[in-house]
Write a protein that binds this ligand. Structure first.
Ligand SMILES: *Cc1c(COP(=O)(O)O)cnc(C)c1O
Length: 827
C-alpha cells in the first residue's frame, strides 16, 4: 500500500524551488532545450522550444506543489476532491505564465531564441478532455480553487484521445481522432508507485466471519491497474499549486496462466488491450443519450481509483480508523457521471475496511455532494440492471441494499403509498430494469445543487420535486462562473491592459472590482480606447476566420457570434433562420439602414446526432450562397468555424460584439459561454434561460436584447402549438421557409433539408423555433439599430464588462467552499 510513511526524505524543501527570475529561468530553458530534449536548433514549429519552456515552468510548479502536499499531509486538513469525467483544459502555457507572473522573464528568455510567447504557445495542443460547458466548468473551478488557496484535488481520466477534431467537407462535419499525446505532454508527472487496482466482472461470494457476520466477497474479478498522472494547477500569483490527478488504465502484470501453459503467451499478452481500452477515448456525447458498457467502465474506473487513492492516503497517515474521516473529506460529483462513487465508497468501507453498514452510510452521506447539470430527460443516466450485474455485481448488491433502506424511509413518510415507492426507487421497473444514477446521487449526498437560479428552481419544482419534499435542505443553487484569468486577462491582453490602466490590476485576483470600470462608461477617451481594443481583436479573429474558413470578415461590421455544442435546444437553427431573413431582405432590396454583419457560428455535433449534423450542413450551405452573392457584399458575411475548442474561444470571445444565447427557455441549465462573452464586452441577445436571467439582472434590462417565450409558459405554448399558422401569419418567416423549401440553399442536393424544415413545422417541436422567431427578429433589429449608434453601443459594452463580476468562478467556488465544502484557505 502507498504512503507507508517510512524513511520519508524531503529532498528539497519547497523554498529552495527554482527561482522565477529571468536568469535562472534562462539557464533552465537552455538546459532543457539542449540536454533534456537534446536539440540544437529551433524548428519551424517551435515544438521543442515549447517543450523546453513547459518543462522549465513545470519544475517551478512541481516544487510548489510539494508545499501544498506538505500542508495537506502535515496535519489533518479538510479537503475536497472534485470528481469529473471531463476536464476541458485547453492550453496550459499561457495560463501558467500569467498565474506564476512569468510574463516578463519568459519574454526575455525567448528573445534569445528569436521567439516570443505567442508563437511558442501555438505549438501546444489543446487538452480537450471534455465535451463542452461541463468539462470547461471543471477546468475553471480548478483555476479558482488554486487561486483561492483552497485544498482541492481534481480527479479525472487521462483519455488517450480527447474530443474529436472536427473538419468540414462539402459542408458536412467530419470527425477525426484527437491524438493529443502524440508529441508528448510535458506538464504531467506520473506516479506509478501510487497505482491502484480496479475490479470488474467476477461474482460475489459470501461467508460467515469469526464474529458470525455475513461477509460479502467480490471474487474472480478481472482487475485493471489505474496509474495516476498529475497535472499541476497554479493559483494566480499566490504560490499555491494544486493537482489534477488523471488516471490511465493499464493491464496488471498477471497473465492468464492457463493460456500461458497452453502456449498462448502472445494471446495472453494481447489481453492487455482490454484493460487499456478503458481510458482510450472520451465519449463525444454532450447532453445526449448514453448507455455504452465502456462508458460505465470509465465511470467506475475513475470513481474507484479516486476513492481508493484518498482512502490509501488517509490510512497511510492515520491508520484504518474512519470515525472522523468525514470531518476531513468531501467529494463533489460533477453530474451523475461519477455517481457510482456513492456505492463504491460503501463497498470500500464495508468490504475492505470492515466497517458496519450504518457507520459507512453515515460517512458516505456526509462526504458526497452532487451537482446536476441538465433538465433534458434524455441526458439522465440510467444503466440496465443486467449490465450492472455482469460488470459490477457487488456494486449492484450495494445499490439494492441502499434502495431497500431508502424505500423503507419513503414508506414511513408516505405510508401505504406504493406509487411513491415506485416513483422514487433507485431501480426503474420495466422490461429491462434500470438503475437511476441521479437518484443514487441524491440519496447518497448531503448536498444537491443546480447551476443557475432558474435551473435549481426547475429541479425543485419538476425533475426532483418529490426528493425536494423529502429533503428540502439538501437542495441549493451554485450559479456557474468562468475564470477571469483565462477568459479576460489571458485571452484579451489589450482590454486587460486598458482596464488595468484605469482601475489597477487587483481585478484579476478579485474580480468583484471589475465593477469600477463602470465609472468610465461615459468617458469619451475611454470609449475611443475601448473601441480600438475591440477593433484590434476583431482583426485577430478575422485572420483566424480567413485561415480556417476562407471567408473574409470586415472588422468594421458587427460581429454576431454563436459558438457552443450543436444541439436542437441551443437553437442554432433559429440563428440560421434570422440569417436567411437578412439575406432575403438584401435580395429584395430592403437595405435602408441595414447594419452590416459578420455572422460566425461554430460547434461540434455528437457523431450520432442526425439533426445537429443537418444543421451544420445548413449553416455551411447558407454561408456559401450568401458569401457568393454580390448583393450581400459589405452587408452580410457568414462563416462556420471548424473545430471550435477552448483555444478558438480565446480569440472569439475577445472579438465578439453580439453574443447569441438563444436556447429554448427552461432547457439550458446555465451556460458559461454567455459569461465569457459578457466579460469581454459583448452584448447578449438571449432568452430568459439559465444564467442569462442573472446576467440580465446584473447588467440591467436596457443593456440586454431579450426575446422569446418564458420558461413558465412553454408547456402551455406546447399544448396547442401550431407552427403552420405561425408561419402563415408572419410574412418574414413565410418568406424564409419558402426560400428554404425552394431549394435555394441546396440546388444540387435535393431534399437534404426536408427533415430540418419539417421539424420547424411540426406541432410537437419541443424547441418552439417558429414561436420565438418574430420576437427574435425584433430583438435583432433593435441590436442592429443600437450598433449604429456607436456611443450607445460602447456604453452598453462597457456596462456588460463592468457588471460581469458575479460570473467569476472565484465567486462560484467561494460559495461551494463556504456553503457545501466548508474549507479553510491554505494560507
Ligand atoms: C465555454 C465553452 C463551452 C460552453 O459554452 P455554452 O455556450 O455555455 O454552451 C463549450 N465549449 C468550449 C470550448 C467552451 O470554451
Amino acid at each position: 500500500m502507498a504512503n507507508k510513511g517510512t524513511n520519508v526524505c524531503v529532498v528539497k524543501h519547497w523554498q529552495d524551488a527554482p527561482k522565477l527570475d529571468e536568469s535562472t529561468l534562462n539557464d533552465d530553458l537552455t538546459r532543457h532545450f539542449y540536454y533534456t530534449l537534446g536539440r540544437d536548433r529551433v524548428g519551424e514549429s517551435q515544438l521543442y522550444l515549447y517543450h523546453a519552456l513547459a518543462l522549465t515552468i513545470k519544475d517551478r510548479m512541481v516544487a510548489r506543489c510539494r508545499a501544498t502536499n506538505l500542508h495537506l499531509t502535515s496535519k489533518k486538513t479538510r479537503k475536497a476532491a472534485y470528481l469529473s469525467l471531463e476536464f476541458l483544459m485547453g492550453r496550459a502555457l499561457g495560463n501558467a505564465v500569467l498565474n506564476l507572473d512569468l510574463q516578463e522573464s519568459t519574454a526575455l528568455a525567448l528573445k534569445q531564441y528569436c521567439s516570443e510567447l505567442e508563437t511558442v504557445a501555438e505549438a501546444e495542443h489543446d487538452a480537450g478532455l471534455g465535451n463542452g460547458g461541463l468539462g470547461r466548468l471543471a477546468a475553471c473551478f480548478l483555476d479558482s480553487c488554486a487561486s483561492l488557496a483552497l485544498p482541492v484535488i481534481g480527479y479525472g481520466i487521462r483519455y488517450e484521445y480527447g474530443m474529436f477534431n472536427q473538419s468540414i467537407e462539402k459542408g458536412h462535419q467530419i470527425e477525426q481522432p484527437d491524438n493529443w499525446l502524440r508529441e508528448g505532454h510535458p506538464w504531467e508527472l506520473s506516479a506509478p508507485d501510487q497505482a491502484c487496482r480496479v475490479k470488474f466482472f467476477g461474482r460475489v461470494d459470501s461467508y460467515k466471519s469469526k464474529q458470525g457476520r455475513n461477509v460479502r466477497c467480490w471474487v474472480d474479478t478481472q482487475d485493471v491497474l489505474a496509474v495516476p498522472y498529475d497535472v499541476p494547477i497554479p493559483g494566480y500569483k499566490n504560490g499555491v499549486v494544486n493537482t489534477l490527478r488523471l488516471w490511465k488504465s493499464e493491464a496488471t502484470d498477471e497473465f492468464d496462466l492457463n493460456e500461458f501453459n497452453a502456449g498462448s503467451y502472445s494471446e495472453a499478452v494481447a489481453r492487455k488491450n482490454m484493460a487499456e481500452q478503458i481510458t482510450m477515448v472520451l465519449y463525444p456525447n454532450d447532453s445526449s443519450e448514453n448507455g455504452k458498457e465502456l462508458r460505465l467502465r470509465q465511470q467506475y474506473f475513475l470513481s474507484s481509483a479516486s476513492l481508493q487513492d484518498i482512502l490509501n492516503k488517509w490510512v497511510g497517515q492515520f491508520g484504518a480508523e474512519f470515525s472522523d474521516f468525514a470531518k476531513y473529506h468531501v467529494f463533489q460529483l460533477n453530474d451523475t457521471h461519477p455517481s457510482i462513487a456513492v456505492a463504491e465508497l460503501m463497498r470500500l468501507l464495508v468490504d475492505e475496511y470492515d466497517i458496519d453498514w450504518d457507520k459507512a452510510w453515515s460517512i458516505t452521506t456526509s462526504t458526497m455532494a452532487y451537482t446536476n447539470h441538465t433538465l433534458l430527460p434524455e441526458a439522465l443516466e440510467r444503466w440496465s440492471v443486467p449490465l450492472f450485474s455482469k460488470l459490477l455485481p457487488r456494486l449492484l448488491e450495494i445499490i439494492y441494499e441502499i434502495n431497500a433502506r431508502f424505500l423503507a424511509e419513503v414508506a414511513l413518510q408516505w405510508p401505504g403509498d406504493i406509487d411513491k415507492q415506485r416513483e422514487l426507487s433507485l431501480i426503474e421497473e420495466g422490461d429491462v430494469p434500470q438503475v437511476r444514477m441521479a437518484y443514487l446521487a441524491i440519496v447518497g449526498s448531503y448536498s444537491v445543487n443546480g447551476v443557475a437560479a432558474l435551473h435549481t428552481q426547475l429541479l425543485k419544482a419538476g425533475l426532483f420535486k418529490t426528493f425536494y419534499e423529502l429533503w428540502p435542505d439538501k437542495f441549493n443553487n451554485k450559479t456557474n462562473g468562468v475564470t477571469p484569468r483565462r477568459w479576460l486577462a489571458h485571452c484579451n491582453p489589450a482590454l486587460s491592459e486598458l482596464i488595468t490602466s484605469k482601475i489597477g490590476d487587483e481585478w484579476v485576483a478579485d474580480f468583484s472590482q471589475i465593477e469600477k470600470v463602470r465609472r468610465y462608461y461615459d468617458d469619451k477617451t475611454f470609449h475611443k480606447q475601448w473601441q480600438q481594443v475591440k477593433y484590434q481583436n476583431k482583426e485577430r479573429l478575422s485572420a483566424l476566420v480567413q485561415a480556417r474558413c476562407g471567408v473574409e470578415f470586415d472588422p468594421t461590421m458587427m460581429f454576431d457570434v454563436q459558438v457552443k455544442r450543436i444541439h436542437e435546444y441551443k437553437r442554432q437553427l433559429l440563428n440560421v433562420l434570422h440569417v436567411i431573413h437578412l439575406y432575403d431582405r438584401i435580395c429584395r432590396g430592403d437595405v435602408e439602414g441595414f447594419t452590416p454583419r459578420c455572422v460566425l457560428i461554430g460547434g461540434k455535433a455528437a457523431p450520432g446526432y442526425y439533426m445537429a449534423k443537418k444543421v451544420i450542413k445548413l449553416i455551411n450551405n447558407v454561408a456559401d450562397v450568401v458569401n457568393q452573392d454580390k448583393r450581400a457584399a459589405g452587408l452580410l458575411r457568414v462563416a462556420f468555424i471548424p473545430n471550435y475548442n477552448v483555444t478558438a474561444m480565446e480569440t472569439i470571445c475577445a472579438a465578439t460584439d453580439l453574443s447569441e444565447q438563444i436556447s429554448t427557455a427552461g432547457k439550458e441549465a446555465s451556460g458559461t459561454g454567455n459569461m465569457k462573452f459578457m466579460m469581454n464586452g459583448a452584448i447578449t441577445i438571449g432568452t430568459l434561460d439559465g444564467a442569462n436571467i442573472e446576467i440580465r439582472e446584473q447588467v440591467g434590462a436596457d443593456n440586454f436584447f431579450l426575446f422569446g417565450a418564458h420558461a413558465a409558459h412553454t408547456d402551455q405554448i406546447r399544448s396547442n402549438y401550431d407552427p403552420i399558422s405561425i408561419i402563415a401569419e408572419d410574412e418574414n418567416l413565410k418568406r424564409v421557409i419558402a426560400l428554404l423549401e425552394s431549394g435555394h440553399f441546396n440546388l444540387f442536393e435535393p431534399h437534404i433539408f426536408d427533415d430540418v424544415i419539417n421539424a420547424i413545422k411540426c406541432s410537437t417541436d419541443p424547441w418552439l423555433v417558429a414561436h420565438d422567431f418574430a420576437s427574435y427578429v425584433d430583438a435583432q433589429n433593435l441590436a442592429s439599430k443600437t450598433y449604429q449608434d456607436s456611443k450607445t453601443w460602447t456604453r452598453i459594452s462597457i456596462l456588460n464588462t463592468a457588471a460581469s463580476g458575479n460570473f467569476s468562478s472565484d465567486r462560484t467556488i467561494s460559495q461551494y467552499s463556504n456553503e457545501i465544502w466548508r474549507l479553510e484557505p491554505m494560507q
